[in-house]
Design a protein around this ligand. Structure first.
Ligand SMILES: *[C@@H]1O[C@H](CO)[C@@H](O)[C@H](O)[C@H]1NC(C)=O
Ligand SMILES: *[C@@H]1O[C@H](CO)[C@@H](O)[C@H](O)[C@H]1NC(C)=O
Length: 191
């Protein structure tokens, strides 16, 4: 699958389909075109992370995709985790390392493969493969645009690569949706 055309597809989808029904957590009443620099940012208790939900499920009523902008300071990264959604990364700034343990029938993810990621690179995570993205560049932030399918994301987190799949901790929905959990669920209309 072609990374760049997928990205363009998703960005197109974002711009043409992002606005949905009203809820306290929706963008209704906000401008159609929004300045990413002015959107809320949070680290959700994770050191070194700045997360912005560019377009969200509960936040904006999206059913099919969610788009995040994430910045990792040197040395920080995602937990080791897996999920059953598709995920596409576009590296906007900096560099780092993707650790990926191909889905196997072993009891735990096992030793991951390592890939260098760099500005203007793109990669996607196969469904259910355990993975981690880390900023392994001491000098610069790593900034990525992330698109996931089927929000809100349901994550299984591993303390290390050798934790059995059965001992991975389920987090659902993941942090960035919680602020909107109290309001009405997003509309279920087909896109
Ligand atoms: C977007 O927001 C940033 C930060 O608030 C501001 O500096 C910038 O001028 C804004 N851009 C536009 C086009 O309004
Ligand atoms: C990323 O790659 C595209 C295609 O070659 C190019 O047009 C664009 O300028 C590149 N962007 C950066 C930030 O290097």
């Amino acid at each position: 699958m072609a990374g760049p055309s997928l990205t363009i597809f998703f960005l197109g989808l974002l711009f043409f389909c992002a606005i949905s029904e009203a809820s306290k957590c929706s963008v209704k009443g906000l401008p159609e075109v929004r300045n990413i620099s002015a959107l809320p940012q949070n680290n959700y208790g994770r050191g070194g992370l700045a997360h912005t939900t560019v377009a969200g499920s509960l936040l904006h009523g999206l059913n099919e995709v969610e788009v995040w902008l994430q910045t990792f300071s040197p040395g920080s990264g995602t937990p080791i985790h897996r999920h059953s959604c598709e995920e596409v990364f576009v590296v906007l700034k900096g560099s780092g390392t993707l650790y990926l343990a191909p889905n196997s029938h072993e009891k735990s993810p096992g030793k991951p493969q390592e890939f260098s990621v760099f500005a203007n690179s793109t990669f996607h995570i196969p469904v259910n493969d355990a993975h981690q993205v880390r900023n392994t560049n001491e000098h610069e932030d790593l900034q990525v645009l992330v698109v996931i399918s089927r929000p809100p994301v349901k994550v299984f987190i591993y303390e290390d690569w050798f934790v059995p799949h059965t001992a991975a901790k389920l987090k659902f929905p993941y942090y960035w949706d919680e602020e909107c959990l109290e309001v009405e669920p997003p509309p279920k209309d087909e896109l």
